[in-house]
Design a protein around this ligand. Structure first.
Ligand SMILES: [Zn+2]
Length: 125
């Protein structure tokens, strides 16, 4: 199983955060440097955690205060494992994931567990 995604495709993915006060969904609009993120995945979390969100209900909160912060942390852990196993690569503005069926199922299960844990099937839109 080989999955290839260009930086431009990945940039179109929208990421939502839920207001801890009223539950309203707010788009995370900050530009993420995906090339840098490949080398230092934690930079994504740092950027998200330090972003100040303003909700229509008047609530202001940092990304670090949301459960999405933990979710990103969990996703980074999975990404780092894939990277250590040499299954993800980045070249010429293309990210590639190369994974066998057995490992693919293992990782899909991990991702499903993370999704269930946070009850956020709608986090990417
Ligand atoms: Zn709110």
């Amino acid at each position: 199983m080989k999955i290839k995604k260009s930086i431009d495709e990945l940039k179109k993915i929208k990421f939502n955060v839920k207001c801890p006060n009223c539950g309203q969904k707010i788009k995370f609009k900050e530009e993420i440097d995906l090339e840098a993120a490949f080398d230092v995945p934690n930079s994504v979390l740092e950027k998200f955690d330090s972003t100040l969100f303003q909700c229509e209900c008047g609530n202001e909160f940092f990304g670090a205060e949301t459960e999405e912060s933990e979710l990103i942390d969990d996703l980074i852990e999975v990404f780092n494992e894939l990277k250590e196993e040499g299954r993800v690569s980045y070249e010429n503005r293309i990210f590639s994931l190369d994974i066998g069926v057995f490992d693919g199922l293992k990782y899909l299960k991990r991702l499903k567990d993370i999704g269930d844990k946070y009850d956020r099937g709608d986090i990417f839109e």
